[in-house]
Design a protein around this ligand. Structure first.
Ligand code: CO
Length: 210
């Protein structure tokens, strides 16, 4: 059997099982989505937002890209962010990275890989900002792990720098921002950083006329 056909068969089984467990499940979701969370995660197939958080369809609004980046010129990410924050009014935005991230690893090399160089350059900038700390770590593994954490932290800061987040903080006291890192080896999520609504940031990034 062609491997993709398994997906369609699984889908039928899943839909039937779901209705058996909860006859109104699809009727409810058909009408409206009210997720409390926006998830900005890595595209890596091993880090699926719903499965690792034990959540169901309808609970998390998801954006994924290579190395869970918040790049302030990325219209795709910004559109998702604006919709989630202003229309869905999510309470929490989570940036979730993962140890062993191929994107972070690639950014730490000097290899040219074509188009993706432009994307990975944003991660090299994270390294440049934290070079002193990262270079002070003893092993390559420690440096790699720390870069994954620092990358998540910088993406959370980058969210806070957007007018979308700052406007929502000023007008409705939310959403709260969270930086998490998932460990592929044991399935556990570690909390790296948090920014409550209204948190301080470098003043140069703060808009005062929102
Ligand atoms: Co990754």
């Amino acid at each position: 059997m062609e491997s993709y056909k398994r997906l369609l068969i699984n889908n039928k089984v899943w839909a039937e099982d779901t209705v058996k467990r909860d006859p109104e499940f699809f009727h409810r979701l058909e009408k409206v989505q009210r997720p409390e969370f926006l998830w900005i995660g890595c595209s890596d197939s091993r880090v699926p937002a719903n499965e690792i958080t034990g959540t169901q369809p309808g609970e998390i609004f998801v954006h994924r890209n290579i190395a869970n980046m918040v790049v302030h010129t990325d219209l795709n990410m910004l559109s998702v962010l604006q919709y989630a924050v202003e229309v869905l009014q999510v309470k929490h935005v989570i940036v979730c990275g993962h140890y062993g991230c191929g994107g972070v690893q690639a950014a730490m090399t000097n290899n040219s890989m074509g188009l993706i160089n432009k994307w990975l350059r944003n991660i090299k900038d994270v390294y440049r900002i934290h070079k002193h700390e990262v270079d002070g770590l003893a092993s390559e593994q420690e440096r790699f792990d720390r870069m994954v954490e620092l990358n998540v932290q910088e993406q959370v800061y980058d969210l806070a720098k957007t007018s979308i987040i700052q406007k929502a903080w000023a007008h409705r006291g939310g959403p709260h921002l969270h930086g998490w890192v998932y460990r592929l080896g044991n399935g556990i999520i570690h909390n790296v950083c948090e920014m409550e609504a209204g948190s301080e940031m470098d003043p140069i990034y703060k808009f005062t006329n929102l």
